[in-house]
Design a protein around this ligand. Structure first.
Ligand SMILES: NC(=O)c1ccc[n+]([C@@H]2O[C@H](COP(=O)([O-])OP(=O)(O)OC[C@H]3O[C@@H](n4cnc5c(N)ncnc54)[C@H](O)[C@@H]3O)[C@@H](O)[C@H]2O)c1
Length: 407
């Protein structure tokens, strides 16, 4: 039996490799010809701990990559699900397009598993109609499932194996079958539920994270106005046995936490006060960082913004994923204020994606007076000696010496 994984990005590729490692026959499809060419030539398309080894194992087990869709019995769809900027609702166009390409070739009775994160009701609203348009009977000609993913970039391989999972299905029988499939590599508990509950629980998980981060960020702002140490206060409050406040930061990025809560805001605008407020607080953090940079420049009589360097372009530590990253959000804000010329460096981002981006850490440091730590990569933690003569704005609270400015 061949499993066709459609969409070979941050989620689809590691998933395909895990299935292949477990001995199943896997074909990975992506319409990006460069990406498929690269994978076929044995070159990975992004960096991730343990991915190279897994890739080699999958290649030995005969995994194939192609731009075509396979005629088979099982499909896993891991294509992007962005939100529409104005309405904040999910944009289902990639999922709809992938599902139609699959419907063009699939065998009768095929299982179509959507792994992409989707807002509650997406399968009913957008996917079932595509299938019914073709006069297929759902539950006979096609089985629909939703198996959302929880893994975190930077620890994906471990989490694919050890995170619990949810399978949403129309029938328990097919849900159990697909559970058996994932159990080929997933050692944790796999829960079978209905599709809508699976859709909702995934979005709720990321929304929960967003709200909790927003609370820490709001505390950081409150403490800043009255010169209190937010980290000390959070540390002390967390001694309470039932309190667990997260750490503040320069904003929330990535393809999940900063995106998924918008699905609920878009679909339930009258009911999402807390969720919307949390989103706004987290989106305001790059502006807060900009204010802090301005404070430090004023205090030290620095007028030239090109003396400021932002460390980190990725949205989190030790990954190269820059989607929706706080640094990109901050640069956008700076552009709006005509503050051009700030320097940027990220050891993980090896192609030039913004102006004034440096490829060498020492060259970057030589050009700046103020260093803004936007991402706590291990690289900077291991190079504290090199930065201690700079004025530092440490938005991640990782500096080991005194004197760094904080959020
Ligand atoms: N990245 C994460 O950390 C993460 C975590 C959990 C869930 N998710 C969810 O997983 C889904 C995929 O995210 P990602 O980060 O892997 O995205 P990605 O952009 O890295 O990869 C998606 C891939 O799908 C391909 N694609 C798009 N439409 C296609 C089509 N019709 N046919 C074939 N290929 C197609 C693209 O070329 C791309 O390579 C999203 O819904 C996301 O919200 C992501």
């Amino acid at each position: 039996m061949t499993i066709n994984i459609v969409g070979l990005g941050y989620i689809g590729l590691p998933t395909a490799l895990m299935f292949a490692k477990s001995g199943l026959k896997i074909v990975g499809s992506d319409y990006n010809t460069n990406l498929v060419k690269s994978l076929t030539e044995g070159k990975l398309t992004f960096e991730e701990k343990g991915l190279e080894k897994l890739f080699q194992e999958a290649i030995s087990n005969g995994i194939e990559f192609t731009t075509d869709y396979q005629k088979t019995h099982t499909y896993i769809v891991a294509v992007p699900t962005p939100y529409i900027k104005n309405s904040k609702k999910l944009d289902p166009k990639y999922v709809i397009s992938a599902v139609n390409s699959i419907l063009d070739v699939c065998e009768k009775g095929a299982a179509l598993i959507i792994e992409s994160t989707i807002s509650p009701g997406t399968i009913d609203k957008y996917i079932r109609p595509e299938i019914e348009k073709r006069d297929y009977v759902i539950g006979e000609d096609i089985h629909l499932l939703h198996a959302p993913e929880r893994i975190i970039p930077g620890n994906m391989i471990y989490e694919l194996e050890h995170n619990s999972r949810t399978i949403g299905a129309d029938s328990l029988e097919i849900g159990e079958k697909v559970k058996g499939l994932y159990a080929n590599f997933c050692k944790a508990e796999i829960i079978v539920t209905d599709i809508r509950s699976a859709e909702m629980s995934k979005v709720v998980e990321n929304t929960y994270r967003d709200i909790n981060i927003a609370f820490a960020n709001e505390l950081a702002k409150i403490c800043r106005t009255d010169n209190m140490d937010v980290y000390e206060i959070i540390k002390t409050a967390n001694m309470h046995p039932r309190v667990n406040i997260l750490q503040p930061g320069p904003g929330v990025g990535g393809h999940c936490i900063s995106v998924d809560p918008w699905f609920l805001v878009g679909d339930y605008p009258d009911l999402t006060n807390l969720i919307l407020t949390a989103r706004k607080i987290n989106d305001s953090m790059p502006r807060h960082v900009l204010g802090r940079i301005r404070d430090i420049m004023r205090e030290h009589g620095i007028k030239d913004i090109s003396k400021v360097g932002l460390y980190g372009l990725a949205y989190k530590e030790n990954v190269d994923d820059t989607r929706e990253s706080p640094t990109l959000q901050l640069l956008e804000r700076m552009d709006e204020h005509l503050a051009f010329g700030v320097k940027i460096y990220d050891p993980f981002v090896k192609t030039r994606i913004v102006d004034h981006q440096f490829m060498n850490f020492e060259d970057f440091l030589n050009e700046i007076e103020i260093l803004v730590i936007m991402v706590g990569h291990d690289h900077i933690k291991n190079n504290m000696e090199l930065i201690k003569d700079k004025l530092i704005l440490d938005t991640k609270n990782i500096c080991v010496f005194d004197g760094a400015y904080k959020l």
